[in-house]
Design a protein around this ligand. Structure first.
Ligand code: SAH
Ligand code: SF4
Length: 383
């Protein structure tokens, strides 16, 4: 029987893993730094071009290793400059990545899983169920591809200045691969981004929030969305495992380890569900005096959902009340309304393994299903 030797994909390996790979081949660990510079800073896929490596190492790498990026299936350009890519994740499935350009920065919103198992009741990704974790190559490959395709900024910086894990999937449920990618994003041998410009958004996997603070303390956004356990249990089911008080305790510890840098609390505005002044008061009491800012996200409808977006006035009153109570509160702006790329609308192509009926929307008002209204909200800056 013939054995087919499999090659190691060097894309997405953390520096530590790359060093181990090289040391196992009797090479010095610092070669990892050179290879990382070739892959991420010089966008090189060809070992022959890595001329500061010895000829023998290059030929060994050609035999044992490869640099394979995820395949792009489609690109959609919005009129306002936002771009969405669909990356193939095998077996007919795909994940989505969105670029949001602004005058002072370019934010890339990346995916970490094919689907999501956490089943938040207002999220299109959750409604599809979960298929698998993306590999670190598939995650960092989204960033590499965007940087490769997009023209540099006027100050000659790469187009992508900020990365947020707010695409498909729950990043802290794919912990190991996500941490490898975080390390690459901030490493001087790779993209060298400031930790402040890399944000992990989580629905609240508490043990991993605690761990992240030690492993790679980037900026943290927490999808709170409700001010009481009763309500959060229903719309963010992971709350049953990690209720609000445990979650907030982990957040304050995280902030402490980051010299009290603010944690962003995301709060999706669902009409008649979590958007009353009483909810705003309750939210303010939870967060007052803490290193917290609140980012209100107007709900983005998707096919089959029974939830509706709160009105502009309701969102403004909610935000005003939070401010009156001393909190920093902003509302995410609407952008990219001609491509389906909004928070929670990224659906890619997922055939799930955890099947569940779409529409167990326990507390949503009983109205007819709403189709996407075309007002996508993919701008991550706020007013
Ligand atoms: N799984 C992570 C990150 C991906 S979702 C998390 O939940 O934080 C990114 C953000 O979009 C989260 O705050 C999420 O709650 C929000 N979101 C999900 N569905 C949405 C929708 N339909 N409209 C607006 N925001 C949504
Ligand atoms: Fe998963 Fe985040 Fe969507 Fe919840 S909101 S289902 S955690 S992707």
């Amino acid at each position: 029987m013939t054995t087919i030797a499999t090659k190691t994909n060097l894309l997405g390996l953390s520096q530590g893993d790359l060093e181990q790979f090289l040391v196992a081949r009797s090479e010095k660990p610092f070669r990892a730094q050179q290879i990382m510079q070739w892959i991420y800073q010089r966008d090189c896929d060809d070992f022959d071009e890595m001329t500061d490596l010895s000829k023998s190492l290059r030929s060994q790498l050609k035999g044992d290793a490869e640099i394979i990026s995820p395949m792009v299936q489609a690109r959609h350009n919005s009129k306002d400059g936002c771009i969405k890519w669909l990356f193939s994740s095998g077996s007919g499935q795909a994940v989505e990545t969105v670029f949001i350009p602004e005058s002072d920065r370019g934010t890339l919103c990346i995916s970490s899983q094919v689907g999501c198992a956490l089943d938040c009741s207002f999220c299109a990704t959750g409604a599809q169920g979960f298929n698998r974790n993306l590999s670190s190559a598939e995650i960092i490959g989204q960033v590499r591809h965007a940087i490769r395709e997009l023209p540099r900024r006027s100050n000659d910086e790469p187009a992508v200045t900020n990365v947020v894990f707010m695409g498909m999937g729950e990043p802290l449920a794919n912990y190991r691969n996500v941490v490898s990618v975080l390390e690459l994003l901030v490493s001087d041998w790779s993209y060298g981004m400031s930790r402040r410009r890399v944000t992990v958004s989580t629905s609240g996997i508490v043990p991993h929030i605690n761990k992240l603070a030690d492993d790679c303390n980037v900026a943290l956004a927490v999808s709170l969305h409700a001010s009481s356990d009763d309500l959060r249990d229903q719309i963010v089911p992971i709350n049953k495992l990690h209720p609000i008080n445990t979650l907030l305790e982990a957040c304050w510890q995280y902030a402490e380890k980051r010299s009290k840098r603010f944690i962003t609390f995301e709060y999706v505005m669902l009409r008649g569900v979590n958007d009353s002044i009483a909810h705003a008061n309750q939210l303010a009491s939870l967060l007052k005096g803490k290193p917290a800012k609140v980012n209100l996200i107007p709900f983005n409808p998707f096919f089959g959902t029974e939830f509706k977006r709160s009105s502009v006035e309701t969102i403004r009153h909610f935000q005003d009340r939070l401010r009156e109570r001393g909190l920093i509160a902003t509302t995410r702006k609407t952008r990219g309304d001609d491509i389906d790329a909004a928070c929670g609308q990224l659906a890619g192509k997922v055939s799930d393994r955890i099947k569940k009926p779409l529409g167990k929307k326990i507390i949503a008002p009983k109205t007819s299903p709403e189709k996407p209204n075309g007002h996508s909200d993919i701008r991550l800056s706020s007013v």
